[in-house]
Design a binder for this molecule. Structure first.
Ligand code: BES
Ligand code: ZN
Length: 550
């Protein structure tokens, strides 16, 4: 299927293998080196995606190369006329300090405060900002890499570690899964194939929080077949990481803000692990069909959580997600409430609403309830086996579904806004546990149920009883601070500033700035805080907040 978010010409010349040899310069905030691209087929011309790369030299070209004009969403095409018979090219290049897919952290932004840190975030179309590549999820590649990092920092990638600094991933993956991190990190094993990487001062707490990783892998394997990537490790990043988690193969990247101390937010690990099948093994071929990645994964996440922690907890988590979806859908244009979305002219990062996640998961749950697990589970297992290491479209999903469930009509789900009347109803009674047993989700639910019109005086009373302003749980803090902004509860302002400067996770930062700019006074404070916070934010978070404060 043609990908509107890539300039690549895989039908003429297709990249099959990428070999990176890159030096990491923290002082220049640059990666510099070479990408050797193996092609099959190799036609007369090769077109690659780039964004803000400086191309120094191309070997394997008949007549040099040209870099086309830069598009704000897509970057710039790199066109190479291939030398006759050439089956590979070597592109020597360097990245820009502003590369959208890299974040260069000062030592002050790390837990240890002594060493800088670098990490990549390639999804959706940011791989092109740190390597020339056909940056479409439909163009799968294997990769190997040699990373030259300054001592004593450790480079890590979404691949097998062959020996320190040398990486190899033999399975073909979409380019958005190529990932790199360099920092002062140590490792703690959880099982023979699972472990946690983190800065030394964070490691013990992180390994405790994520100690169920091996059990999660086993639960997932019990549902949908053997784990296909060898190791499953997790890297805890500094708090500016713009997402909750990212399913980089062999090595999930995660925000430290899910370390709540009581494992209440570990569904994030179940989610990223589930992507090892839905997303990494079977991949959306274009971002139009992003729900194939996230809807399957959110459904699968619930099944892993149910296997580990019981049906009650997984239903609670689903009920919260559905509440969030309904709230978000109220403000979404109808076109963005469809599972199959039209992203023409947009950055695919903008398609990232809860619709593909939760509406997608509910559609699969509807099928599960309609046909029963005895029939539905083997179908999904067969789906992963059938499309393993392929990138597919919603149409291919539908054709395969109808082989087992003929007559099933999902067009309302895929192509109409809102939730169809057949959507499963999920109920969860939040108030049954005594308050001292509440975990994150119960507190969130209780706070969210408070009226919009709640006053500063009422928040003050709540704060005296429960000390929400000082709560160290990131989810609860973000919820509380949003309420404080709305009510004008000024004792929370110092905490708000500290939170917005310390945490760059977009899911938290975005609603807080959106709430702030609604009043003239809030707008002034938003600008003052952002002046201090922006330098520490990831380019993705910067773009989001820039648009709010424009
Ligand atoms: N793959 C996504 C993150 C992502 C999506 C990055 C689109 C860039 C573009 C990841 O699996 C994810 O969904 N993360 C969620 C957490 C999850 C538990 C819902 C997040 O980061 O909030
Ligand atoms: Zn996901």
């Amino acid at each position: 299927m043609h990908d509107i978010h890539s300039y690549g010409n895989p039908e003429v010349s297709r990249v099959r293998h990428v070999e990176l040899d890159l030096a990491v310069s923290f002082s220049e905030k640059k990666l510099r080196g070479a990408a050797t691209l193996t092609l099959d087929p190799a036609g007369r011309q090769l077109i690659l995606d780039t964004r803000d790369l400086t191309i120094l030299r191309v070997n394997g070209a008949a007549s040099g190369f040209t870099v086309g004009p830069r598009d704000a969403n897509l970057g710039a095409p790199l066109t190479i006329e291939l030398a006759p018979g050439a089956r590979s090219v070597v592109v020597e290049y360097e990245t820009s300090p502003q590369a959208s897919g890299l974040q260069w952290l000062e030592p002050s932004q790390t837990a240890g405060k002594r060493h800088p840190f670098l990490f990549s975030q390639s999804q959706a179309i940011h791989a092109r900002s740190w390597m020339p590549i056909q940056d479409s999820p439909g163009v799968r590649v294997t990769y190997s890499a040699r990373i030259h990092a300054p001592l004593p920092l450790t480079p890590l990638m979404s691949a097998r570690i062959v020996r320190p600094g040398h990486f190899h991933l033999p399975q073909p993956i979409p380019p958005y899964l190529i990932a790199l991190a360099v920092g002062d990190v140590s490792f703690q094993a959880i099982s023979a194939r699972c472990g946690v990487w983190a800065e030394p001062s964070v490691l013990a707490k992180a390994a405790k929080e994520f100690e169920d990783m091996e059990k999660m892998v086993q639960a997932a394997e019990g549902l949908y077949g053997a784990y296909p990537w060898g190791r499953y490790d997790l890297l805890v990043l500094p708090p500016s990481f713009p997402f909750g988690g990212m399913e980089n193969p062999c090595l999930t990247f995660a925000t430290p803000t899910v370390i709540a101390g009581d494992k209440s937010l570990v569904s994030l690990v179940s989610h990223e692990l589930a992507h090892s099948w839905s997303g990494n093994l079977v991949t959306n071929s274009t971002w139009r069909d992003f729900w194939l990645n996230e809807g399957f994964t959110t459904y699968f996440e619930r099944r892993i959580q149910e296997a580990l922690y019981g049906r009650r907890r997984s239903e609670m988590e689903l009920a919260i997600e559905i509440g969030e979806l309904s709230k978000e859908m109220k403000d979404l244009p109808p076109a963005d409430q469809k599972l199959v979305v039209d992203l023409a002219g947009r950055d695919p990062d903008e398609g990232m609403t809860l619709v593909p996640y939760v509406k997608g998961a509910l559609m699969l749950r509807m099928l599960e309830e309609k046909y029963g697990r005895a029939r539905f589970d083997p179908w999904m297992k067969a789906y992963f086996a059938k499309f393993a290491f392929q990138s597919i479209s919603s149409e291919q999903f539908l054709t395969f579904l109808k082989e087992t469930f003929p007559g099933e009509d999902l067009s309302a789900w895929l192509h109409q806004p809102g939730l169809p009347p057949t959507a499963p109803k999920v109920t969860y009674d939040f108030e049954t546990k005594p308050r001292r047993e509440w975990v994150t989700q119960e507190w969130l639910h209780w706070l969210r149920a408070m009226p919009e019109s709640i006053t500063a005086a009422e928040l003050s009373a709540l704060d005296q009883q429960w000390a929400f302003t000082e709560n160290g749980n990131s989810e609860i803090a973000a919820q509380w601070l949003a309420m404080a902004i709305r009510a004008g509860y000024s004792p929370a302002w110092p905490r708000l500033e500290e939170f917005l400067i310390g945490v760059g996770r977009r899911k938290f930062v975005k609603p807080l700035f959106e709430a702030l700019v609604k009043t003239p006074d809030g707008m002034a404070r938003a600008r003052a805080i952002y002046a201090k916070a922006r330098p520490g934010y990831h380019p993705i978070t910067q773009t989001t907040v820039d648009a709010i404060l424009k």
